[in-house]
Design a protein around this ligand. Structure first.
Ligand code: AHR
Length: 534
């Protein structure tokens, strides 16, 4: 083994070779990643890579819906570039119509030729003079067309706070009944969609502890039972998601999960999923989106990684009530939320021009989701376009992919794959943070297999040190390997309308030797490896 200083010197050469696309000479590893394929391991559902779109600022209008008469290329009113880029990453689902918007939304307003203009929940947060009246041009038919065009499944959030069980059940019938069996299905057909939408995923409310009704868990449990008991039995069998905790709260909101499950004891209403919201919450911090130092880099990444503990703690509570774990977790809102003031336009509320730091955060989140795949049925990033943790910015005819988009692309190999065992042996990093020096794992990662293909994703959060890594299979050999890397020499970089390709994917060389793949990961980088096993 060479000494650490000369290793770092040599691997710095390796890393510039990698960036220049030249095959590197990999030296002795300073980290080992041991992978144990498990063909019968838990499946990493494709739904862990889901999306969330709400009628909020510029998300729907004009991030997604530009209108049929727009000069912007569109398919039936939906922005074509958005469709193409979503299909390209095999988008598994969209959660819609909110968010807080859902608990004030009446689905009937969004069907038919003549649609009312209505109040939008987000009006109260809009800057003075900015009108966010809801036109209802994008309703259930337009949403289902988006799903069809991109190959995604629909995950609908029912209005609990200002709606009724009947309004919810009528929406289910409108979506799922066969023509001729219900007038609502006939109305759907008259509005252009004869075939049922076959929606399986139904959220029963949203943030019912806050904008969704300001309830305590006992009150919510009572209302939940009223909403689901008479659920109409149209196919498919529903997957009913109850409102869960605000995981980003300092105490992780464990009392919500306890209180809700306590109140459900002895009742028969099914709970298929429990939603968790976890924002890497910098709303009350001076942290800026693209002007930050090393402290800010590590603050955001470390706060994001806290979601692992949140998942584990709520899962342990659920186990007491549901030892066989019928109910799984749905992280249906996650992402980094910075304080207001850097929106791309005043009416694009909460829009954030994210950077490489947020892409690294995305990779950490996905590695955690993959490693806890047995606990999670779905996750949805908040939100896909022009909002908090977005994959894109879009304004008029301008459209750009932000760095997190590429992480979705890199992690596609994990979708519907089998979780593999992963052990990372790597020196801890000593890092600066805004509350003083701290330590964190030197690498983050996850692994999965699909037949003979092994996907390994690894992130090096260090700002200055590359990592020479040996990925070792515990059984069998690696016969071929290739990779992709996302990095930039400037940790604050993003893509903009003017410079859309500043942060982009590049090929990443992999040296394969018997049961090992040897790589050198540059600092500030996410890598994805696709390895063929013997
Ligand atoms: O994603 C923005 C908002 O954050 C959602 O509407 C709400 O559910 C959450 O508080």
């Amino acid at each position: 083994m060479i000494d650490r200083r000369s290793f770092i010197r040599s691997s710095a050469i390796v890393s510039s070779a990698v960036l220049a696309g030249v095959a590197p000479v990999v030296l002795a590893a300073d980290a080992e990643v041991e992978i144990t394929p498990r063909p019968d391991g838990p499946e990493i559902s494709a739904h862990l890579y889901g999306q969330f779109i709400e009628h909020l600022g510029g998300v729907i209008y004009d991030g997604i819906w530009v209108g049929k008469n727009s000069k912007i290329p569109n398919v039936g009113g939906i922005r074509k570039q958005f469709i193409d880029d979503m299909a390209r990453i095999s988008v598994p689902n969209f959660r819609w119509p909110g968010g807080c918007f859902a608990d004030a939304y009446h689905w009937r307003d969004g069907i038919g030729a003549k649609r009312p203009r209505t109040y939008n929940y987000w009006q109260a947060s809009a800057p003075e003079g900015v009108d966010v009246t809801e036109t209802n041009n994008f309703g259930i038919h337009e949403f289902m067309h988006l799903c069809k065009l991109t190959g995604a499944e629909a995950y609908l959030a029912a209005n609990m706070a200002s709606g009724s069980p009947q309004e919810f059940h009528d929406w289910v019938a409108y979506c799922n009944a066969q023509v001729g069996t219900s007038s609502l299905a006939d109305e759907r057909a008259a509005n252009g969609d004869k075939e049922p939408f076959a929606v399986k995923w139904w959220g029963v409310g949203n943030e019912s502890w806050g904008c969704g009704g300001d309830m305590n868990p006992q009150e919510y449990a009572t209302l939940y039972r009223r909403f689901v008991t008479q659920y109409p039995a149209y196919a498919p069998k529903p997957y009913l998601v109850a409102v869960g905790p605000r995981g980003h709260q300092k105490d992780m909101d464990l009392d919500w999960t306890r209180g809700f499950f306590d109140a459900m004891v002895g009742h028969r209403s099914p709970i298929d999923g429990l939603s968790i919201h976890y924002y890497t919450d910098f709303r009350n911090s001076p942290e800026k989106i693209a002007t930050f130092n090393a402290n800010g880099w590590f603050d955001v990444i470390r706060e994001g990684a806290r979601i692992e503990d949140v998942i584990g703690k709520h899962w342990a509570i659920m186990e007491k009530y549901d030892p066989s774990h019928h109910t799984r977790l749905i992280v249906d809102e996650w992402g980094v939320w910075y304080k207001k003031g850097e929106e791309i336009a005043p009416n694009y509320l909460l829009s954030q021009p994210l950077t490489l730091r947020d892409a690294v955060h995305t990779a950490y989140s996905f590695d955690i989701f993959n490693r806890h795949a047995e606990k999670l049925a779905m996750t949805n990033v908040a939100q896909t376009v022009n909002c908090i943790h977005s994959l894109f910015l879009a304004e008029g005819d301008k459209f750009v992919r932000l760095p997190p988009y590429y992480v979705f692309e890199m992690y596609r190999g994990h979708m519907n794959a089998r979780q593999a065992g992963i052990q990372i042996r790597c020196e801890e990093l000593k890092v600066p943070t805004s509350s003083g020096p701290a330590t964190m794992a030197g690498l983050s990662g996850s692994a999965s297999t699909k037949g003979k293909t092994l996907t390994v994703t690894l992130t090096n959060p260090s700002l200055d040190s590359p990592r020479a890594v040996a990925v070792r299979l515990t059984t069998g050999d690696i016969t071929e390997g290739r990779g992709q890397v996302l990095t930039h020499e400037d940790m604050t970089k993003s893509n903009t309308f003017a410079h859309p390709n500043e942060v982009h994917l590049a090929p990443f060389p992999v040296n394969v030797r018997s049961n090992r793949a040897e790589i050198s990961i540059p600092p500030r980088a996410v890598v994805a490896l696709e390895l063929k096993m013997s």
